[in-house]
Design a protein around this ligand. Structure first.
Ligand code: ARG
Length: 497
């Protein structure tokens, strides 16, 4: 069937069945049907149907009695469940048929002044809202465990890396807080995607509006949407909200993949021990303890990016207005949200149960002359141009590497003599130099805003706690707006049945 027959359907009762059979019975029946996958929007469709029927009755487009019997039939359809629906092109058609089967041709009045085009768009948005809030909630959980671990490790020194090479000593807390910041933005993106998703396309009809005196604001309100998607053509065609949601999910998955990779590498170096619950063993090598949960987490980014690519490829170049391609758009987003929510929760579990080995980390923190930048900073603070200081320390590093020796105050002194033909100790005291060679001291000096010094880090942690509370409130607000709308709709429906 095509929705071109909608007006006939609504007006002509029995004739509906004839036209449907004519267009849905061919060899492509299975290919055309989205019914199986539509289980995801079964509950959404019932809500959309209910809101629409209540509005039709309020507007006097159908009678209260007709609304009552349709709403009762919908209740029975809900109780029977998605799996009880007869085969059909999609959940919208199947539910409508089930209603007509129960109460006769008047059931077809449910589809007055709408189309499956605005209907499916409303269902996707309705369902996705909940999914996005769940995804946002998972990111809050991850932030919480990262924050907790960070707060416990504000003084746990570790090597920090760039290009996978030891670069400057930091703390475990500082490393973890870098991911808190990233996940904060992931949360914000998911909530923004929610806000953009939360508009009602219902009442746009096929794409060109309807002559019936409908109230689009009312169905929006009954469904908890915070606005109407105004242009009727945009209402049934727009899927950029899917792209935005999937992008937000793919970005979060990318954040997770980096976190997973870091912890995999750190576990490999013996810096952190994953809980057995988040590890697997080998079926043949009895001694192995593998970070499989984090490897799978890392791989989920591939899934999410694939879904985003598939979605955008489907949407690219689609003309206005509705095209059936759109039936294959939203499943990308639903698959992405399922995979990413699961990965995010697993990452949180792995982080919260991991054990950081402070001793091993401290022993490695100075490796690769990671305090070099601190020494150069010290010389620059004493008055040497930073570039000159850089050269002196680079010379010391080179000599140390050639001699396979550690960098010492003496070595730095001879490097200074070689480069500047003067003594280092004209600039700094030996004790200050020796302190700067100590990784813990080096960390403590980097007390700039957002830096790794325990004091600065504690500030960051405190700020992130506040942001977490604010975001939890923002989430709770949206969650309760949705449940209040559900409650409102239920109350309205009860007045008819
Ligand atoms: N199952 C369809 C979808 O998901 C519903 C809309 C069908 N509309 C149409 N004109 N064929 O997109």
């Amino acid at each position: 069937m095509t929705d071109d027959s909608t007006a006939d359907n609504a007006a002509a009762g029995e004739k509906t069945v004839v036209r449907r059979d004519r267009f849905s019975g061919g060899p492509a029946r299975e290919f055309l049907s989205s019914l199986a996958g539509d289980s995801r929007i079964f509950a959404a469709d019932l809500a959309v149907d209910r809101a629409h029927v209540v509005m039709l009755a309020e507007q006097g487009i159908i009678s209260d009695e007709e609304a009552g019997s349709i709403l009762s039939a919908l209740e029975a359809v809900e109780t029977a469940g998605h799996s009880a629906l007869a085969s059909g092109e999609d959940v919208h058609e199947a539910i409508e048929s089930a209603v007509i089967d129960r109460i006769g041709p008047d059931g077809g009045k449910m589809h007055t002044a709408r189309s499956r085009n605005d209907e499916v768009a409303a269902c996707i948005r309705y369902r996705l809202r909940g999914d996005l809030l769940e995804a946002a909630e998972t990111t809050l959980g991850l932030r919480e465990v990262l924050l907790e671990a960070a707060a416990a490790h504000t003084e746990t020194i570790m090597p920090g890396y760039t290009h996978l090479q030891a670069a400057q000593p930091i703390t475990v807390g500082h490393f973890l807080m870098s991911y808190v910041s990233a996940v904060e933005r992931d949360t914000a993106r998911l909530l923004e995607a929610f806000d953009r998703t939360n508009g009602s396309p219902l009442g746009g009809a096929a794409f060109a509006g309807t002559p019936f005196d409908i109230d689009r604001e009312r169905t929006a309100e009954l469904l908890g949407f915070d606005r109407v998607v105004e242009n009727s053509m945009d209402a049934s065609s727009a899927r950029d909200f899917l792209a935005e949601a999937t992008a937000a999910l793919a970005i979060h998955a990318t954040t997770l993949s980096g976190l997973a990779e870091d912890i995999i590498v750190y576990a490999n170096k013996g810096y952190v021990d994953l809980s057995d619950d988040y590890s697997s063993t080998s079926s043949i090598m009895p001694q192995k303890k593998n970070p499989d949960t984090l490897e799978l987490t890392r791989a989920v980014a591939g899934d999410a990016i694939g879904e985003l690519t598939g979605l955008l490829s489907t949407l690219k170049g689609l003309p206005r207005a509705y095209n059936r391609d759109l039936q294959r758009a939203h499943p990308h987003t639903f698959r992405a949200v399922d995979a990413v929510v699961e990965a995010s929760a697993v990452a949180a579990g792995a982080v919260s149960t991991a054990n950081w080995d402070a001793e091993v980390l401290a022993a490695e923190a100075g490796d690769g002359f990671s305090t070099a930048t601190g020494i150069a900073d010290l010389l620059a603070m004493a008055g040497l141009p930073f570039r000159t200081a850089h050269e002196v320390v680079a010379r010391a590093a080179e000599t140390a590497e050639d001699d396979e020796a550690a960098v010492s105050a003496a070595l730095l002194e001879s490097a200074t003599q070689a480069v500047l033909a003067e003594s280092l100790f004209e600039y700094v005291e030996q004790s200050a130099l020796e302190a700067a060679l100590d990784p813990a001291h080096s960390v403590a000096t980097r007390n700039s805003q957002g830096g790794p010094a325990p004091e600065a880090l504690e500030q960051t942690v405190a700020g992130a706690r506040k942001t977490l509370t604010a975001d939890s409130n923002a989430l709770a607000e949206r969650q309760s707006a949705l449940s209040e709308a559900e409650e409102r709709l239920r109350t309205e429906v009860e007045t008819y049945v």
